[in-house]
Design a binder for this molecule. Sequence first.
Ligand code: HAM
Length: 418
Amino acid sequence: MKYKTLKGLQDILPPEIAAWHHIENKARDIFRNYGYQEIRLPILEATDVFIRSIGETSDIVEKEMYTFQDKGGRSVTLRPEGTASFVRAYVEHHLYNDPSPQKFYYLGPMFRYERPQAFRYRQFYQIGAEAMGIDDPKLDAEIIAMLSKLLHSIGLAGLNFEVTSIGCKKCRPDYRTALKSFLGGKLDTFCGDCQRRYDANPLRILDCKVPSCIESRKGSPPVLDYLCGECRDHFESLRGYLDVLNVPHTVNPNLVRGLDYYTKTAFEVSSENLGSQSAVAAGGRYDSMVAEFGGPSTPGIGFAMGMERIIPLIQDSVSKATGPDLLFCPLGDKASEKAFVLTEQLRAMGIWGEMNHESASMRSQMRKANRIGAKNVIVLGEDEIGKGEITIKNMTDGNSIKSSLVASDIFKIISQHK
Ligand code: HAM
């Protein structure tokens, strides 16, 4: 029987992993500079965690969640995103008691049963950050600036930062009324999902991907025209602070997020080089979620970036994983025993050492050394063992250096030619 990965899932194999490490290391460095601490959350949560926050009428909750009953009959869901899980943990562990802002980051897999296509997977990895407890627009600007710094330090170019405000509980009812009166007259031109959402949550109609719905909603009133004074001030201040921090951005009044929990600031970063799935990162403010989860009213803002969309953009510029610092090519049993001990001694000193285990000719051993990208090679035969002297061949410059057959001497030479 042949097994294959499930549709929309993928194995990440070693040649690609250098790019993953590159991104993760840059992220950890930059998060540290900004005071974000790592939080590790379960992949599985009670289904309600997502329904309550992402929203019953969102595509994610309606169509895309991996939900099943566990053996105890509880409905559980593989997390489709990190923010809801994070807020659940934030409230459960009373993290709001720590001095504000509390800043966290996470990395790991998310699951959405979407139609797979280029750069869209059913299991995908996000790196996300969340900052809690402060509703000052300076924090919005700071987190967007941090994201910009991170994406640029990873090596991305051609990015477009789009920002908008989607209002708050105070101004949303007015916007909802205006939107309903615009859409109401032509409701029969919308898909069944949108017709259903018209009463339950008309804002979701703005997120529908059906081409006829996109056409029919053209000219709908922009949410920015309906912001209350507080939201408008917040948005204007955010834009000013982004200028202060030198983050070029554009206002996109049509930016719609697929999650219901956002208030005020929403943003998306897209790449010119990705085609239709161009969002590499997105986020926004969610000032009501903590209270809705039973905690004290606490504002929050965050983002998440999609690893699978960033990897292809940097793959060629990140050097591929390299081979061992040293490969022993022993000729015969005695040499093999000696190489076995030396390899282990050199590893203890911090050298990545390997040895050939199969007895093969010197030529085929050298071929293998080239294939695995060994940086240095020692051919070890009866002669070398008898004399206690070996030659270390550097595979990059082709030079050879003599050494005694003692691990510490070999170490000195290899550590200069790693
Ligand atoms: P999101 O916009 O749903 O936001 O996802 C963030 C990023 O994850 C997207 O911009 C994209 O790069 C990546 N992504 C999403 N779905 C897929 C997929 N099927 N395949 C590959 N990549 C994907 C959130 O998840 C929010 N939790 C962000 C946030 C954090 N808001 C506040 N805090």
